[in-house]
Design a protein around this ligand. Structure first.
Ligand SMILES: Cc1cc2nc3c(=O)[nH]c(=O)nc-3n(C[C@H](O)[C@H](O)[C@H](O)COP(=O)(O)OP(=O)(O)OC[C@H]3O[C@@H](n4cnc5c(N)ncnc54)[C@H](O)[C@@H]3O)c2cc1C
Length: 477
């Protein structure tokens, strides 16, 4: 009997949908099983606080989606995806009421960094010019033959450095150092760790190349557009269908799993050869997060004026302060003054709140599996840079590490990146191989953020895994 589908995909996150689209584009029949009632995994939106206030459940700001080499090839605008570019992509306020800013324009960013202007320009300008080439290089497994070795070497040398070291070598003033370190902290690594600079470079460069945009109508619009495109290609999506065991899937030629290594161990552990199972068991989690969404009666009264025009704001003070906090988090210590990331989408998108109202998306880094309620500490950190913030709060919705895991099995322990992104796990994600998506089970591929290039809404894990399946199972080259 022939299989009902050529390929089965488990999970409808950006990577699952990207994998499904890649296979459907090649003419194969696909079905996606999704545990939740809605598609999108880490790219979803809902009214979490009050009626009419639309919040992003997970991802909010999308330099990687807008800069994704795969998403760029898809007709997502035709399915309603519209990017909004906040006036200032990112602001990083300091206690002297100033704020360092990342603008889309490299020269403007450099100019506003005072004495560090030449160093910033020297670092970022040549790399920003090569964004397209670089994005293709680093958004795939590390073990590959580079097509642009010169551009990659120019990026790779600073990228390997610890963020604190590179920032101290290059910059003399606090604003440039804090701006760079705040972006590097997206790595969830201690800022003294090798390769932490890579995150500041990739996200900073993406900011200069494509901005740090938000989708009109919420992150759900990215997933809705991907899902609509998949359906147009003939794909099927079944929601409210959690897969408990790999054996429960219908017969197919290929299986692509948009699930973390830990969920893979849960649903297929017994079938995996002991050595592979052991490797997955030794794969390390990243720290977790604690998230809060707010419904607000007015915009946040930031002291530093640029913050009133920025989509994303990093609240962590100086580089040394952030480095100490991230070090603590990595060691399992709960920070008193956490590094807080906020996005104020409703300033730029009036679909997010009723007239006059506003939303705020915020999270801070916490140790893996931490069960402490961080809301007081997050609010103190916001008040530090915006006194009077608490008076604007109409309602809040909190999600700790356990809540995150309940909302999506891939977020176990609050780890939002499918595993730590340290140097070892960037190279061997989850195994050391030029084709790390392939598992020892015939026809079964992993395609979540636990595979290269890792976390973020870009769909490149799904795309590369599906391309491998096309070559190996369907003989499409
Ligand atoms: C709070 C938060 C904020 C973030 N902010 C940003 C941001 O601003 N920008 C950015 O680019 N990235 C951000 N991220 C990261 C980004 O969301 C993820 O890296 C990305 O979604 C990973 O995509 P994925 O397809 O690998 O997995 P996911 O998006 O996690 O999707 C996996 C899907 O698989 C489903 N699933 C899992 N197990 C099963 C099973 N057994 N059966 C059926 N279905 C299953 C899940 O329900 C889920 O829908 C954030 C994440 C979080 C949690």
């Amino acid at each position: 009997m022939s299989e009902p589908y050529d390929a089965v995909i488990v999970g409808s996150g950006p990577n699952g949908l990207a994998a499904a689209i890649t296979l459907a584009q090649a003419g194969y029949s696909v079905i996606v099983y999704e545990a939740n009632a809605t598609v999108g995994g880490g790219a979803r939106s809902a009214e979490l606080t009050l009626p009419g206030f639309l919040h992003d459940l997970c991802s909010a700001v999308h330099p990687l989606a807008a800069g994704s080499p795969f998403f760029k090839t898809l007709p997502l605008e035709r399915f309603g995806l519209e990017w909004i570019e906040p006036e200032i992509p990112l602001a990083h306020p300091l206690d002297n009421d100033s704020a360092a800013c990342l603008y889309k324009n490299v020269d403007l960013t450099a100019e506003r960094l005072g004495d560090d202007s030449p160093a910033y320009r020297r670092l970022m300008k040549p790399l920003a010019r090569n964004w397209e080439k670089l994005a293709n290089e680093f958004l795939q497994p590390m073990l590959h033959l580079p097509r642009h070795p010169m551009a990659l070497a120019h990026f790779g040398i600073p990228a390997l450095c610890p963020a604190t070291l590179l920032a101290k070598l290059l910059f003399r003033q606090e604003s440039a150092r804090a701006l760079f370190a705040g972006i590097a902290a997206h790595s969830f690594l201690p800022l003294e760790a090798p390769v932490s600079s890579a995150f500041a470079l990739v996200l900073g460069l993406a900011g200069h190349a494509v901005g740090w945009p938000i989708p009109h109508g919420g992150s759900q619009q990215i997933s809705n557009a991907l899902a609509a495109h998949l359906r147009e290609l003939g794909g099927t999506i079944e929601v409210n269908h959690r897969i408990e065991n790999l054996n429960d899937l219908p017969k197919s030629r290929a299986i692509l799993l948009d699930i973390s290594v830990w969920e893979f161990l849960r649903i297929a552990g017994e079938q995996l050869p002991p050595s592979y199972r052991q490797r997955l068991k030794s794969f390390r989690h990243a720290p977790g997060i604690f998230k809060i969404d707010y419904a607000l009666s007015e915009p946040i009264p930031w002291k530093a004026q640029p913050c009133r025009h920025a989509g994303t704001i990093h609240l962590g003070g100086t580089m040394d302060e952030m480095a100490a906090v991230e070090r603590d988090v990595a060691r399992g210590k709960i920070p008193e003054h956490p590094f807080v990331l906020v996005a104020q989408q409703s300033l730029f998108d009036d679909t997010r709140a009723p007239r006059g109202g506003h939303t705020l998306w915020a999270y801070c880094h916490v140790p893996f599996n931490c069960d402490t309620d961080m809301s007081e500490r997050i609010e103190s950190q916001i008040e530090r840079f915006a006194p009077g913030f608490r008076d604007c709060i109409l309602a809040r919705h909190k999600m700790g590490t356990a809540g995150l895991e309940k909302s999506n099995p891939n977020l176990a322990g609050g780890d939002i990146n499918g595993g730590a992104a340290n140097l070892m796990q960037l190279i061997a994600r989850p195994i050391l191989s030029p084709t790390p998506y392939r598992t020892p089970l015939p026809g079964v591929y992993l395609c979540s953020a636990s595979t290269p290039p890792g976390g973020g809404v870009h769909g490149m894990c799904g795309f590369h895994a599906a391309r491998l399946a096309l070559r190996e199972i369907f003989a499409v080259h």
